[in-house]
Design a protein around this ligand. Sequence first.
Ligand SMILES: Cc1ncc(COP(=O)(O)O)c(C=O)c1O
Length: 389
Amino acid sequence: MTITTTGALPTPANPGPFGHKLRSQFLFPENYTQFNHGSFGLFPKVEMAKVRGQVAELLHVDADDLALVENTTVGVNTVLRSFKFAPGDRILRLSTGYVNVNKTVDFVCDHAQEVKLVEVPITFPLTDKEMVDAVEKAILHHQSLKDGSRIRMAVIDWISSVPSIVQPVKQLTELLKSYGILVYIDGAHTLGQIPVDLTDLDPDFYIGNCHKWLFSVRGSAALYVKKKHQHLIHPIAIPSDYKVNFASEFSYIGAQDFASLLSISSAIEFRKQFGEEAIIHYSHQLALEGGQLMAKILGTNVLTPDDHQVANMVNVRLPFKDLSNPKLTSSSYLMNLQMDKYGIFTPSFRHGDHFYMRLSAQIYLELSDFVRLGNIWKEIVDDINAESP
Ligand SMILES: Cc1ncc(COP(=O)(O)O)c(C=O)c1O
């Protein structure tokens, strides 16, 4: 190998900017000399601890109680698959839970002896009180069985996916705890969309994506585990620091790409130029006003009349006449039509006896975008309704 240069290059005898002065910038202990870069590589220390600290600040928790993981699905699997459920334990979930999460609960029930599911059927619109009552009714019904089993843990959304509803997590957490049930909050949609104060909420477990509303790169999420449960929870892939402590176990799970986790820091910096409050306020108002505009154009309504059940995502009813039309039951027809013909995409879905679309407000959108979206959906609905007698 020949390197041509005009100036003198550092050499081992004369390291210049290299050598020992860089030791402190890499991730190894002071009393350790690293001669094994070949096994695992090593990145400059820049940011992992800083990132965890920044996320901890957003969540109002101690950084040592947080693990940075790839996504919500991994976070839910991490907890549910390492927690030691006993025979007779029940896991409570709502029918509106996210599919990956609900399937993880199915998996745990399939693989653990005598662990079963208690599912609470939910059809919106419901008031907060009606939701809390529905969960309490399911708990009381379960107790009335007197079969020796107990509901050990509940997994509940903070903001559900479809339909998207901000749920009364504070009341639900208090209720569940009053029955001795551990609470796992799926906060996939919370960070960056609503203020999150885990010290105030005090769940047993929480997972929140940074790669959704906080703007970091995909593959970045934060898992919170209350101190008293940390000895029970281990990464899905067991690391060398197994049983050392929660933070160490999750800090190095074999060689992997940490870039998405490091991007959380840039996302937080990006948001600072506008301020968290301004971002949340703008997006929330846009969701409320945009949703009403869309509903007006379509001659329908938004799913929930309670503004506090809306964050940045709003569900607008689509007035299809025949919900059994194959174009609506197909998983791809409406998606392809929107993308190919109009250059937009909004998820659409059946919930209860109606069909809705879910739109996401964001700081790069304005009300005029919602007018356009409303007119596009009106055209789609009119065309499909023309096929029905
Ligand atoms: C409520 C909810 N939970 C979990 C997930 C899964 O998130 P991830 O893709 O980060 O695993 C989603 C994804 O949209 C979601 O909406």
